[in-house]
Design a protein around this ligand. Structure first.
Ligand SMILES: O=C(O)/C=C/C(=O)CC(=O)CC(=O)O
Ligand SMILES: [Ca+2]
Ligand SMILES: [Mg+2]
Length: 499
């Protein structure tokens, strides 16, 4: 049985249902479960004012008063890929206000890829071509290897670097925030309406600017290690209420330690990849023995994950107040979970096969620099954390999150939850600092999942386990019901920031 991670609602009819292995249970239905952050799937909407942006209002004024609108860049190419765009993690910055930095590339007001966003990904032009780093802008991808070859990264950190001539972003991640800021400044300038270098060079534009629907997106990073935290208090409480009862739903350690389990990096996949329903031992009921077979309680978990930049030396913990310098950006993440397998296996050492069969991330990484205008105060922590976790500034980001499900055989998606990244109790910087406090070394490209991001209300719970209270309260979805995911279902994550 197969779960296909679908790219775009618009592309329903174009989607290939990949055939996976057929289970010994004899069923071979397809299960399509999409996860992405495009307009249709995962949107990351951002406020028009790039208040934290390095170029800031100078460019905005300059563009507004000095530059007439220019035609958008178009370079039609035939697509080698049958599936059009899947751009899971996008930011949409409204551009309808004056004094906003504008690009010479036409960016539709509904686009998620304004010049204030510029998320990073890795793509291929042709099935057999080399993967290249790029940034998204409007309906295009800017090929960073072409920009680097043209000598346009001319600042001190990137001038002599081969970081954009790589099949993943790890080399760039390792360079750290000064290089990331230099890249953002350079790219915002190059793409701005006022800057002629790329705008007026037709042959360079032809090479460097590729229509998004003509490329295939790949995993943007080589993930050496993946850890998944458990940082939402609402999620922890709901799990505790279900599994331990109302007396003390949250274990006392949870308020002192950012709890996590060690995930499986090899099965982290890009949005659009088939997920095969796992088999394993299911939780016994009453006096029965555990059953073996395909999971009957397949769930999504609405999460985001921090992409680690520069690592730390073995034995040298990262100070919590410097932890942000080790985080490049965020992706949306679905920590697929087989609840029946997990419930039976996780005591006493934590999740194992109930989680390791697949974890999906968005292809675009939105940088912390792009997110900065949406920083919000993290919730108050009571009891106060131990000094090594006490931050001078404790912040989250105001990112609205939504999950929809398209039930198998249907066209329309039903929203099943609306949550927000700002609900996290433990911040991503506390998570990173705690991860290293014993001396454990992190490396560029490591992935730190937040854990399921549930909000306080029942409509904001981040997984079906909570939304259906472990299958007791089915959800009604466009004329059908769901407790857990069924073969052919599609799951759609969306993230957006706006004022
Ligand atoms: O509180 C418990 O006993 C169990 C909690 C969970 O299983 C939640 C979970 O899957 C953690 C996550 O990956 O977000
Ligand atoms: Ca997983
Ligand atoms: Mg999880």
């Amino acid at each position: 049985m197969v779960i296909l991670l679908r790219e775009s609602l618009e592309n329903n009819r174009n989607v290939k249902v990949h055939k996976g292995w057929e289970s010994s249970c004899g069923k071979s239905q397809s299960m399509r479960t999409p996860f992405s952050l495009s307009k249709d799937y995962i949107q990351f909407l951002i406020d028009p004012f790039n208040r934290g942006g390095p170029i800031g209002y100078y460019w905005e004024f300059f563009i507004m008063f000095s530059t007439p609108p220019l035609p958008s860049v178009m370079s039609p190419m035939s697509s080698p890929f049958p599936l059009p765009h899947f751009f899971p993690f996008s930011f949409f910055l409204y551009s309808h206000l004056a004094m906003v930095l504008k690009s010479f590339i036409e960016v539709h007001p509904d686009s998620h890829f304004s010049i204030q966003n510029l998320p990073y990904g890795v793509f291929k032009h042709e099935p057999d071509s080399q993967p290249r780093p790029g940034v998204a802008i409007g309906e295009y991808v800017l090929d960073l290897s072409v920009i680097a070859l043209a000598g346009l990264f001319d600042g001190p950190y990137l001038r002599n670097s081969d970081c954009f001539n790589q099949p993943n972003l790890n080399t760039f991640l390792a360079l750290g925030r000064p290089a990331w800021k230099e890249a953002r400044t350079t790219l915002q300038k190059l793409l701005s309406a006022a800057e002629p270098i790329l705008r007026d060079n037709a042959s360079l534009r032809e090479k460097a600017i590729v229509p998004m629907d003509k490329v295939q997106m790949l995993l943007p990073i080589a993930i050496g290690d993946y850890t998944d935290f458990f940082a939402s208090k609402h999620h922890a409480k709901n799990c505790g209420l279900m599994f331990r009862g109302p007396e003390n739903p949250i274990n006392p350690n949870w308020f002192h330690i950012p709890i996590a389990y060690h995930g499986r990096a090899s099965s982290v996949v890009i949005s659009g990849t088939d997920i095969i329903r796992p088999r394993g031992q299911g939780h016994p009921t009453a006096n029965s023995l555990p059953y073996f077979g395909s999971s009957r309680k397949l769930d999504f978990e609405l999460e985001m994950a921090a992409v680690v930049g520069p690592g730390n030396e073995l034995g040298k913990p990262v100070d919590v107040n410097e932890a942000a310098d080790h985080i490049f950006g965020l992706v949306l993440m679905n920590d697929w979970s087989a609840r029946d397998i997990q419930a039976w296996e996780y005591v006493p050492l934590g999740p194992f096969l109930g989680k390791s069969f697949g974890t999906t991330i968005s292809p675009w990484i939105v940088t912390l620099d792009a997110l900065e205008p949406f920083a919000s105060d993290a919730p108050e922590q009571n009891p106060p954390p131990l000094p090594y976790l006490a931050e001078k500034e404790s912040k989250n980001y105001d990112i609205s999150l939504q999950v929809s499900v398209v039930p198998a055989g249907q066209k329309d998606a039903s929203v099943v939850t609306r949550s927000n990244f700002k609900h996290l109790y433990w911040t991503i910087t506390q998570q990173l600092a705690h991860h290293t406090i014993n001396g454990c070394n992190l490396r560029p490209g490591d992935l730190l999942g937040t854990g399921t991001i549930s909000g306080p209300e029942s409509e904001s719970y981040g997984c079906l386990l909570e939304l259906t209270w472990n299958g007791q309260k089915p959800l009604s979805l466009g004329g059908t019901n769901r407790t857990f995911l069924e073969d052919g279902d599609e799951v759609v994550f969306t993230g957006c920031c706006k004022v």
